[in-house]
Design a protein around this ligand. Sequence first.
Ligand code: HEC
Ligand code: HEC
Length: 416
Amino acid sequence: MYVLVAGGLVLGALALGETLGWSDAELTLMRANWIGSLPATPSDPTNRVADDPKAVKFGHALFFDARLSVDGTVSCATCHQPASGFADNIPLSEGKGTNTRNAPSIIGSAYSPHQFWDGRADSLWAQALAPLEASAEHATNRMYVTGLIATQYRSSYEGLFGPMPPIANAYTTLPPKPGPFNDPEVQEAWTKLGSEFQDQVNLVFVNAGKAIAAYERQLKPGAARFDEYARTILENGDPSGLLSLNTDETAGLKLFYGRAGCVQCHSGPRFTDDQFHNTGVPANPNVNLPDTGRTQGLEVWSKSAFTCRSAFNDQPSTCNAPTPDQLVDLKVSELGAFKTPSLRNLALTAPYMHAGQFRDLRAVVQHYNRAPKALQGQSELKPLNLTDTEVGQLVAFLETLKSEPNAPLELLRAPK
Ligand code: HEC
Ligand code: HEC
């Protein structure tokens, strides 16, 4: 069949796909999954420096700077490692302690309307503030970060945001206590500061988050083998592009669209619908408290000082937050639900799921095949009755989604 096409038969736009047995419905799904359908990075009006090259540079430095941790050993890149698809390869991430969740890849996270597995941050800049103050991650606090910026990054900061507020002058050396925000001594220092200085510290802290977000916005997914195959079919390209996938991999793709039903949630160019679903993933036995997923995410979000409802949103009219009534309903209906992750670059980001429950992709697909009952709430899955061969084909397809990130090379390593 390839030969006929290569031989110069004049075919319509979809003819190559039809010749290979793809239905119109499958071709529509394929086009939606194709990287060529990835739109430009959505604007973030809540962050006025989101696309400022100076902010990208500042954020790049902060992302890789381990001085932003209690003892100078942890940076964002400790758990979001460029060589591991900007994730890490352990079930529960390790910073200054052990996390209760697995580190997701942050490639393409600027496209995601909710950050974290439970969506508890509503912007990329608000997300960046949480690990800095968490005892299991950087284990430092906003006062310390303000001091570090005042002493180490003042000109980068002021070049973007204008003069640092008066509190920065109190931090001519690093503040003495770098511990996590929930540390009692840090809390005492924070209370003593009083509301006016607290506001100033919060502003500097948020601006640091906005610079980090500007950097993260530059990390986009690149074309994988799947995309070469899809492009050939969708654009009626050189048939040699069809060799990008072998027969097991195309059989896996067919299952992904068909009997396995994966595309129901893993749709679009990042292979995610950006929604929350309960898929009955078992708990990680090393995590003590039950993880209610979206339910606890909504609770944390509603109490956060750094949401789009706060004064830190640079364009408040864009805030599309649930009302208190909606919040009550969502906490019930989304019990045990987690954010659908992107499937791009899975080959680099094992283990899988919100707490690294599955060591490899075969274990993931077997979970979908069995569709166990959820521990909390209702799983949306149904058993698939796939044979072992079919499970292997799906795994083979998932591995074709590996690619180099689409980002300037110098942003993929620590700045010089
Ligand atoms: C100790 C390891 C660790 C460090 C350090 C760390 N992260 Fe993470 N990161 C994680 C884990 C684990 C999650 C998922 C947590 C959750 O969902 O509850 C996560 C989630 C994220 C997400 C959300 C991605 C998504 O798809 O929802 C982004 C973005 C992110 N981190 C960026 C950062 C930035 C920026 C820094 C530095 C300021 C940072 N991380 C520091 C482990 C880490
Ligand atoms: C009902 C929506 C839904 C369907 C259908 C679905 N997924 Fe998922 N997928 C999710 C959600 C939600 C998660 C995260 C669950 C968690 O961590 O608890 C996930 C996680 C994954 C992961 C782990 C990714 C990572 O980075 O950890 C893989 C791989 C995956 N799904 C592949 C598939 C395959 C293959 C199919 C079809 C057999 C499928 N999914 C069907 C929603 C879905």
